[in-house]
Ligand binder design. Structure first.
Ligand code: OAD
Length: 261
């Protein structure tokens, strides 16, 4: 076959086949969602990508600019908190101006329709709550919350003292609630996430590379307890998903809703 005829073949039937397959995937996914008694979603940076936040590990991701072993390390933070606060100063303005995208909105609608019981998110941007989801477990904390490591006083961006690093009026170092590498996970959030993962029938795994523990274990725990897994990610990362939808979350989630009976 010549190169010319090869390209002719690609021009014609591929989009049709692709659409058929995708339609089929959405029908199957909607069936699983509709028949599930308890559905939860595990989300990662990919869900917020269409709001304008680069994911961590892509070419313009945060970890390409800032080495997480320095800027997001708990051990380094305890020695020199200014590194983390320098990085945060760089991205906080972008984060503050962001709005929920179609993926967040679809998940909020899914909860309103009684089709989604819980979100477990690794994201720290608060966009799931902003979109209207009420049941959100933030296992990596929230960018807006910090507290003094000495007196536990809590701070929001509105009353956060100036300076890098910012110090509490008591003189203590202020630490964000966001989890740093090497730091113990927030206990209550993690307990709830483990409970939810082992008590669901269906887990939607959306926009995560599933490379960071313990979040990466949650789909495995769900599967070990008999749940089905649907992965939504243009570059699927889970080897054990029952169904993979290789699409951006902002397109896939509304399409999934459209296919519900
Ligand atoms: P990653 O940056 O590791 O992975 C993002 C995933 O989203 C990739 O698999 C992309 O293919 C996918 N993706 C990109 N655009 C998408 C879109 N529009 N729709 C759906 N998926 C899309 O981010 P996480 O897996 O969230 O932790 O990273 C986990 C943790 O690593 C973060 O919470 C953070 C980071 O280090 C801490 O800082 C403790």
């Amino acid at each position: 076959m010549s190169g010319a005829s090869g390209s002719k073949t690609i021009d014609r039937p591929l989009p049709v086949i692709y659409n058929c397959l995708m339609d089929d995937l959405y029908i199957k996914a909607a069936e699983l969602l509709n028949n599930s008694r308890r559905t939860i979603a595990l989300t990662g940076a990919g869900v917020s990508a269409e709001s304008g936040i680069p994911t961590f590990r892509n070419d313009d991701g945060l970890w390409k600019k800032y080495d997480p072993a320095i800027y997001a390390s708990y051990e380094v933070f305890l020695r020199d908190p200014s590194k983390y606060w320098e990085m945060r100063g760089d991205f906080i303005r972008t984060y503050n101006s962001l709005a929920p995208n179609n993926a967040h909105k679809a998940l909020a609608k899914m909860e309103r329709l009684g089709k989604l019981d819980q979100i477990i998110t690794q994201n720290i941007d608060g966009l799931h709550s902003k979109a209207g989801n009420r049941e959100v477990i933030e296992i990596h904390g929230n960018l807006q919350e910090s507290s003094c490591m000495t007196c536990n006083r809590e701070f929001t961006p509105a009353n956060l003292p100036e300076g890098i690093p910012p110090y509490c009026p008591c003189g203590g170092v202020i630490k964000p609630s966001t989890v740093l590498f090497g730091e113990p996970m927030p206990e209550e959030a993690m307990e709830r996430a483990l409970f939810e993962s082992s008590h669901c029938n269906l887990m939607l795994v959306i926009g995560t590379s599933a490379t960071v523990q313990p979040a990466a274990s949650l789909p495995v725990i769900a599967m070990d307890h008999g749940a089905r897994l649907i992965e939504i990610n243009p570059e699927p990362a889970l080897f054990h998903a029952d169904l993979r939808i290789p699409e951006q979350a902002g397109r896939a989630l509304p399409a999934l809703l459209d296919n519900l009976p």
